[in-house]
Design a protein around this ligand. Structure first.
Ligand code: SAJ
Length: 421
């Protein structure tokens, strides 16, 4: 393919790796973001997010001259929109960034251009929200201007591998649009690229994350049921998953991240009467921080005065620095609201946070309870004897099944595991 000029709107977890990927494949990339700090960093070859190997790739792309940062879009062959689609307080999709980015590119559009939406969006976003804005360019959509949705599907922590290896869906406003955009992604995607219409692609993306949310809710419900039944949910899951057609997920303190805890709401918002299971799953997962909070209350009910809880791991999932929608942060809020808890926090991936201690040992000093929030690699071999020796009371609640019952008992801990005891 001849050298393309591509404007990428939004340089976050998706836009920036995508920009670096196209740039290192020899294309000219204008990375656009409304945040001056992001642009300054990019033009110096630095990044402001944490993703394995992304810094090296961005550095190489900027050094080659193929990637530059700008605050405004400019004329190009292709425009890719990768801006956030968060939810509002009342669980509605906030499409303001998509609208702003689409409006911003209108003056730059020329015949033969392609516009791709990567952001996860409710059904109808491309056809009903973006197309009317793009029509202001005067171009005939689908003939003079190709428009498609190609949802990102990469897993934070493995973005660079998954961008290349994963299969991809391209949903066009018409067939020609889908084909043009498919050929574009062929530049670096090694997985198969499937073509469909834009609204189907929108639903696929939301449903992939909803599938995971519903399955995690099922695991969380199972965890609660097993506690009542006096058995170990983790063992039930392991044994059930020996069945060739069963894949139970893992219970935990709730679902975090900017995708799985959000996308199902986009379906519920549009189809409130029909999306019963989806809504129930969201509510189940959202209730888990409170469930863990009640366990802490129960465990420390006999400790008088201020009680100290040490939280090990506050990110939304292991081995990343991402705090967005982290269920452990919701749990900390509940403890703070109670007023009887002093909270100490530690997390090897987080550099700045309220009550952050620089080591597990310092965080454990004088504590009444260790709360294992995330299964970071660093927490798999904790020196429980040492930690116990500096604590005021030896209590531990494991929300992720990373501690050994035997080791906890040997170290004299009163221990609880979500889904078991
Ligand atoms: N979690 C559980 N139990 C499980 C699996 C996950 O409690 O069995 C929790 C995690 O601890 C975390 C949350 O769910 O809090 C989400 O983590 P995740 O690793 O499942 O997913 P994300 O949010 O990092 O990335 C997802 C991915 N979607 C799917 O796997 C279907 C990714 O492929 C998407 O690209 C991404 O959302 C996105 O951007 O939409």
């Amino acid at each position: 393919m001849s050298k393309k000029k591509i404007c990428i709107m939004g340089l976050g977890y998706i836009g920036l790796p995508t920009a670096a990927m196209f740039a290192t494949h020899g294309h000219q990339i204008i990375g656009v973001d409304i945040n001056q700090e992001v642009i300054t960093a990019l033009n110096e070859g630095r990044i402001t997010i944490n993703e394995p190997y992304l810094d090296i790739m961005v550095q190489a792309a900027v050094a080659s001259g193929n990637l530059v940062g700008r605050l405004q879009p400019e004329e190009a062959d292709v425009f890719i929109i990768a801006v956030p689609t968060p939810i509002t307080e009342d669980k509605r999709a906030d499409m303001s960034y998509v609208i702003a980015a689409t409006e911003a590119i209108v003056p730059c559009l020329r015949e033969g251009n392609a516009v791709v939406l990567e952001s996860t969006s409710p059904t109808g976003t491309v056809a009903e929200l973006m197309v009317p804005i793009l029509e202001k360019s005067g171009l005939v959509i689908g003939e003079q201007l190709y428009v498609a949705h190609s949802p990102e599907r990469v897993l934070p922590g493995k973005i660079l591998i998954e961008l290349v290896e994963n299969t991809r869906i391209v949903g066009g406003i018409n067939r020609k649009s889908a084909e043009v955009v498919r050929d574009l992604y062929k530049i670096f995607v090694r997985g198969e690229i499937f073509i469909t219409d834009a609204t189907t692609a929108e639903m696929c993306k939301m449903m992939e994350n909803t599938y995971r949310d519903v399955n995690i809710a099922l695991a969380n419900e199972l965890a609660i049921i097993c506690e009542r039944a006096g058995i170990n949910a983790w063992e039930v899951i392991e044994l059930c998953n020996k069945h060739p057609r069963v894949n139970l997920h893992q219970p935990g303190p709730g679902v975090g991240g900017h995708c799985i805890a959000i996308d199902p709401w986009f379906i519920v918002e549009k189809f409130p009467k029909e999306s019963k299971i989806i809504k129930m799953a969201r509510d189940t997962n959202d209730s888990m921080p409170h469930y863990v909070y009640e366990k802490i209350e129960e465990t420390l009910k006999d400790v008088s005065g201020m009680k100290t809880v040490t939280v090990l791991g506050i990110t939304y999932k292991p081995d990343v620095d991402d705090l967005r929608e982290s269920p452990i942060l919701h749990l900390i809020e509940l403890l703070k609201e109670n007023g009887n808890y002093a909270i100490k926090v530690t997390d090897p991936y987080v550099k700045k946070h309220e009550n952050l201690e620089n080591s597990v040992l310092n965080a454990a000093k004088g504590s009444d309870l260790l709360l294992l929030g995330v299964h970071h690699q660093e927490y798999k071999n904790l020196d429980l004897n040492l930690l116990g020796s500096v604590m005021r009371n030896r209590n531990i609640i494991d929300t992720r099944n990373i501690t050994s019952k035997q080791k906890l008992e040997e170290a004299g801990f009163n221990h609880k595991l979500i889904g078991n005891r």
